[in-house]
Ligand binder design. Structure first.
Ligand SMILES: [Zn+2]
Length: 206
């Protein structure tokens, strides 16, 4: 009888500890959330068999690694090729009280080149500062064209979901056009340098 009670108590203790550890992982604060756009069945823009989701993930992993090397607590909304809802990406950043949120994407349009960064349509000062720091840093590495910091949404009224639904300063980086050979060559050559530049710009903004 006594043995059964002890066993039950140990089980309860283990369960309670597991819940605490899981909650800690879910809710522990983080400084920066890096969001590789798209993933899984949502490939994003594509060009000649090249998928935006893969470029986004590759650079995001490097940005995160650079941030951690700098001693900055960073996490990703996805670290492999899986589909994650936009609302879950934002919820993660909000739940973990992130100080900054940076979404990484690639653009697509006929005959266009260069890098642009999107912020919320009311252009909050902190968001614009974050975007400008990142764009300046990328420009210093070398991009085909600096298309500037833009506010709102490229496809009409409103804002990018991740910019409107995150509680902290955020921006959405369009790292060149996936249908531009020039931009793809630059990204492939400068992947690590771009990642370092973005990480340093984030550090500067923090
Ligand atoms: Zn995208």
């Amino acid at each position: 009888m006594k043995r059964k009670i002890i066993t039950a108590l140990i089980c309860i203790l283990i369960l309670a500890l597991s819940v605490l550890i899981a909650a800690g992982m879910l809710y522990s604060p983080v400084q920066v959330v890096i969001d590789p756009g798209h993933g899984g069945s949502d490939v994003g823009a594509q060009y000649n068999g090249r998928y935006e989701k893969d470029d986004n993930l590759e650079i995001a992993l490097l940005v995160c690694e650079n941030l951690r090397d700098m001693g900055i607590e960073a996490c990703l909304t996805r670290d492999d090729d899986k589909f994650v809802e936009l609302k879950d990406r934002c919820a993660l950043a909000n739940r973990r009280n992130a100080e900054l949120f940076v979404s990484l994407h690639r653009n697509s349009a006929e005959g266009a080149n260069g890098v642009e960064i999107w912020v919320s349509s009311d252009s909050p000062e902190a968001d614009t500062a974050l975007a400008e720091n990142i764009l300046t840093a990328l420009d210093a590495v070398g991009i085909s064209e600096n298309r500037g910091v833009k506010s709102g949404y490229a496809m009409g009224e409103g804002n990018y979901y991740v910019n409107s639904q995150t509680d902290m300063p955020s921006c959405l980086v369009e790292l060149g056009f996936i249908n531009s050979e020039t931009d793809n060559a630059l990204l492939d050559k400068n992947m690590q340098a771009y990642a370092e530049a973005i990480a340093k710009a984030i550090e500067e903004t923090l």
